[in-house]
Structure formats: structure tokens, C-alpha cells
Design a protein around this ligand. Structure first.
Ligand code: NI
Length: 173
């Protein structure tokens, strides 16, 4: 187990499309998941995608309990999601503030589908099928974007709503 270096925006590895996982239950996958959890929790992230630590596989983890970086967010159970497939439910989108461990110190207002079904697999290859809403749906969309080489600033519609957290939210948030 280890806290890994998180790649920052500008690193070309963050722009690559990650490859699907074909073997479940391996020692390598288990070690990757441990490193993702350790790194995410050490940095108070809500989620982390394998490409952010330089591993080009379609693997993400996310969890929101009480997160000081997202004090208002509803909780999301700790989830390992492998080879995710996202299907929006309806067309309604909502703007919300996002940050990213690969874009440290910044926040942006990003539109995401409000209601979402996602499928994929857990660490053991068991299927996952959930329909979610709100912040949970937002986190899954943000993390899955990483697997396609997309960082959230590319989703921002109004770049006046992108900046440094301490300047956008003086006094915290
Ligand atoms: Ni991110």
C-alpha cells in the first residue's frame, strides 16, 4: 500500500483513453485499488481514477462521507467501479462546483446529468448496476471522464466560473 503521486493537468498521460480491465481478482488489481484508496483518502478526495496515478486502466474509486473538501455533499458509499458504462436518465443537467486532485487548488462550475444509471464491475468482477442522482451522479461522471482523458475544465461552459478556491470562496467552502 502506498500513497502515489497524482499527475497534474498538463501531463499528457491524463489525456489518454484508458484500457478496459480484462482480469479480475488479480494481485495487480488488488494492489492498484489499495493505492487508489490510500492516495484518495490521504488527499481528502471524493474520487480517484487510475490514470491519475499513471495507470491506464478503466478503474475508479469514490466515496463521500464527511469530506472537508465537499462539506455540503450528500454521502456516497465507498465504491470500486471498473469498466463503467454511463447512461443518463433523462436530459436534465445541473451546474455544480467541482474540484480535482489533478487540478489542485481550483474549482469550476460544471454541468452534469442530474440522474444517471451506471453499470460496471467491482474488484471481483461482480456486476454493479445503480441508478443515482445529484452529487453521486456528478462524482461518477467526473471520474469516468478521467478514463476518456477528459478533465473537468473542458466541461465548463462559462470560464468566468473557474478559478482558485480561496479566491472564489473567501473564508472557505
Ligand atoms: Ni478528477
Amino acid at each position: 500500500m502506498a500513497i502515489r503521486e497524482v499527475l497534474k493537468m498538463g501531463d499528457p498521460r491524463l489525456l489518454e483513453v484508458a484500457a478496459p480491465v480484462s482480469t479480475f481478482g488479480s494481485a495487480e488489481l488488488s494492489a492498484l485499488l489499495t493505492d487508489l484508496w490510500d492516495t484518495m483518502r490521504a488527499l481528502d478526495g471524493a474520487g480517484l481514477a487510475a490514470p491519475q496515478i499513471g495507470v491506464g486502466l478503466r478503474v475508479v474509486v469514490f466515496e463521500v462521507e464527511h469530506n472537508p473538501r465537499y462539506p455540503e455533499a450528500e454521502s456516497v458509499p465507498p465504491t470500486v467501479l471498473i469498466n463503467p458504462v454511463l447512461t443518463p436518465i433523462g436530459t436534465l443537467q445541473e451546474e455544480g462546483w467541482e474540484g480535482c486532485l489533478s487540478v489542485p487548488g481550483m474549482r469550476g462550475l460544471v454541468p452534469r446529468y442530474l440522474n444517471l444509471r451506471y453499470t460496471g464491475f467491482d474488484a471481483h468482477g461482480r456486476p454493479i448496476d445503480r441508478s443515482v442522482t445529484g452529487f453521486h451522479a456528478r462524482v461518477v461522471q467526473h471520474e469516468t471522464d478521467h478514463l476518456d482523458g477528459i478533465l473537468y475544465p473542458r466541461r465548463i461552459r462559462d470560464l468566468t466560473r473557474f478559478g482558485f478556491s480561496d479566491a472564489l470562496f473567501p473564508g472557505g467552502a
